[in-house]
Design a protein around this ligand. Sequence first.
Ligand SMILES: *Cc1c(COP(=O)(O)O)cnc(C)c1O
Length: 442
Amino acid sequence: MSESSDYKKIISLVSQHEKWFSESLPLVASENVASRGVREVLSSDLGQRYAEGWPGERVYAGCKYIDQIELSAIDLAKRLFKAEFVDVRPVSGACANLAVYSAISDPGDTLMALSIPNGGHVSAAKKEFSGTAGLVHGLQIEYFAFDKASMNIDVDESKKKLRALRAEGRRLKIVMFGGSLLLFPQPVRELSEVVREIGAVPCYDAAHVAGLIAGGQFQDPLREGAHLMTFSTHKTLFGPQGGAIVAKAEYGDSIKKAVFPGTSSNHHLHNVAAKAMTFAEFLKYGKAYASDVTKNAVVLAERLSELGENVVGENMGFTKSHQVALDVTRYGDGGSVEKKLESMNIIANRQLLPGDLAAGRHYTNPGGVRLGVSELTRLGMKKNDMQEVAEILHLALRTEKVAEVKKRVLSLRKSHQKVHYSFKTSAAYFYAQTGAKSVSSS
Ligand SMILES: *Cc1c(COP(=O)(O)O)cnc(C)c1O
């Protein structure tokens, strides 16, 4: 009795979540919606198996098909990212970063990355912030010099800083480009030579923009001087939650060991199959998808700005990625705006902006909200829909009429319930419900 009511409760909560998302505007920049093909293999038996090690060199039996699946994933990713070496085993972007730190640096060495308010991620942050690089691998952290006006790394000042750190005798081993608030391509080409000259490895954290890179609509770090690139497989790259590493061949052996056994034992084999499916989808649809994402982001930003909202990066054309950053300090702070929008079925998250810490704002009450158009684009929304999204947001920020906003959200979402840019067009949410039905009828 109680088992069956617990069963029903769990399925019901998942179904309610899916229904809510089907009636909302999902604007979290790190999220996306996965295709039927990805979800089918995610729920397969592979999720129950072990395959520690590398295809063909496993320390477990039963890997005959798993090896072929993983080799396919590697091969597809090599083509997609034009990479010499690929490791699809990291279970998340943060784990991929930790494996890279372990492969090419030792505790006590120094890593340079963006500070968090300037767009950096906690996986490349200091020990005092419980950042993975500092806390787990014992790295010292230095920040890129940042130019707030162009929302980008300051090339000349960062060069000076790199050389000065070297002159002080600091063991600078990793320079990690990329970030979580990433509106514009970064000066990888301009800085990579100096990075190598001082003995560090130029790396790129493409957690957010891997899908745009794969679709040829952002920068191409491996061609611009980066030796290694890590990414999440579920942000603009619309696959399962997971991570991956692509690199020049010379790093292959040390990365393999750092991933297994260094930072994981078994990896997640259902995710490897889902990654393979995602890479295949991207080879076919990635260019069109990434192009629509970047166009949609610009339309959303321009319309919000026309309506009088304070959109970050105006002098640079607002954005070249899937993200739009809004300064919401006139409405209070990003934390309260996030809550208000959520009550209106608009799901977006608060964001620290450059200058927030100096102004006494922190991550609970930052000055910004970050919007991402990846998921709405995958649901088939185009430029005219982005105009409506901007108008709904503008209204939501200024009104207390929750029902009125919800109604407009629902009416926009009605005709956008399917996953596009995939092998089979399928319903975007309602997966648990379908599953529940087939279980009860069996
Ligand atoms: C999201 C993100 C990560 C972490 O990725 P997970 O897959 O959530 O572990 C790492 N780096 C950056 C820049 C990110 O934005």
